[in-house]
Write a protein that binds this ligand. Structure first.
Ligand code: HIF
Length: 286
């Protein structure tokens, strides 16, 4: 009955049934695995935020390589980079969700999990859209050494984040994510959380940077800073945000104005997760 001149219904033409891509259901499944007793501070949220960022933060605007598209952290050598230590855990807790919704790409799932985690911990809504496509093997891994080194200074922070296309203010806004989570000696060599509320997204990181007294920790580990209770920490790169005048101005702004921080963080984090991704023309945010 059909001839080549007639428009043919896609499902009939290919013999395939259409799967409804219900991103809302995936979001819900991610929300459901966030809280977990006995892991760190009771949430996988911070770890998932770190996964989303490390999957994305390899982007180089000069040649368009790296970024979340491809989900190449599944493969060697990227999965074994020292900077990605511990993220195997993040990837494995998402496996049952990938199994339940096999149509979602890993790259979309990892980035969406960071977004859902920020929102689930009280942070802003982050614009996110699907469209990332997984690459088939490690030959697509970006060059090593692109993620930041916490022992370095302001110049390094600017080099790494301007390579991705961010300006000073966006670098500081993004840095507010260190209000979440903690350092682990067996992953990075550093220890302790940045704030006393590591599973709540807020501007506390900026307030603490300015209002607490930070001194070098006396220990055998790498140089890090501690507050007077010795329970909180700052990395050398965190301290640069108050030592460098141009960065400090924005730390002061975000410490005073949480609304502005939420809004600037949401824009910058959304862009981070989209670096290097080519979205089909009609992709809408979910
Ligand atoms: Fe982190 N970051 N980050 N980071 N990061 C760690 C942990 C988290 C840097 C270093 C570290 C960003 C920028 C930088 C999160 C989110 C973001 C750790 C500890 C180190 C060393 C890892 C461990 O031991 O488990 C450096 C040098 C950065 C550039 C200045 C982003 C802005 C702040 C881009 C960002 O979003 C999160 C969340 C964690 C906590 C993970 C956890 O398991 O709790």
């Amino acid at each position: 009955l059909f001839n080549s001149e007639m428009p043919q219904p896609a499902a009939l033409a290919t013999g395939q049934t259409t799967v409804k891509k219900d991103y809302g259901a995936v979001k819900k499944a991610i929300e459901d695995i966030l809280d977990v007793e006995g892991y760190d501070d009771g949430s996988y949220g911070p770890l998932l935020v770190r996964l989303a960022w490390h999957a994305s933060g390899t982007f180089d605007k000069a040649d368009g390589t790296g970024g979340s598209n491809g989900a190449t952290m599944r493969f060697e050598p990227e999965c074994s980079w020292g900077s990605n230590a511990g993220l195997d855990k993040a990837r494995s807790i998402l496996e049952p969700i990938k199994a339940k919704f096999p149509w979602i790409s890993y790259a979309d799932l990892w980035t969406l999990s960071g977004v859902v985690a920020v929102e689930g911990m009280g942070g802003p809504t982050i614009p996110w859209r699907p469209g990332r496509v997984d690459k088939p093997s490690g030959v697509h891994c970006p060059a090593g050494g692109r993620l930041p080194d916490a022992s370095k200074g302001a110049q390094h922070i600017r080099e790494v984040f301007s390579r991705m296309g961010f300006n000073d203010q966006e670098m500081v806004a993004l840095s507010g994510a260190h209000t979440l989570g903690r350092c682990h000696t067996d992953r990075s060599g550093y220890v302790n959380p940045w704030t006393n509320a590591p599973t709540t997204f807020s501007n506390l990181y900026f307030q603490d940077l300015l209002n607490k007294k930070w001194t070098p920790k006396k220990w055998d580990g790498p140089l890090q800073y501690e507050d007077n209770t010795k329970t909180l920490m700052m990395l050398p790169t965190d301290m640069e945000l108050i030592k460098d005048k141009k960065f400090r101005k924005y730390v002061e702004l975000y410490a005073k104005n949480e609304e502005q921080f939420f809004s600037d963080f949401a824009s910058a984090f959304s862009r981070l997760l989209e670096l290097g991704v080519q979205f089909p023309a009609a992709t809408v945010a979910v």
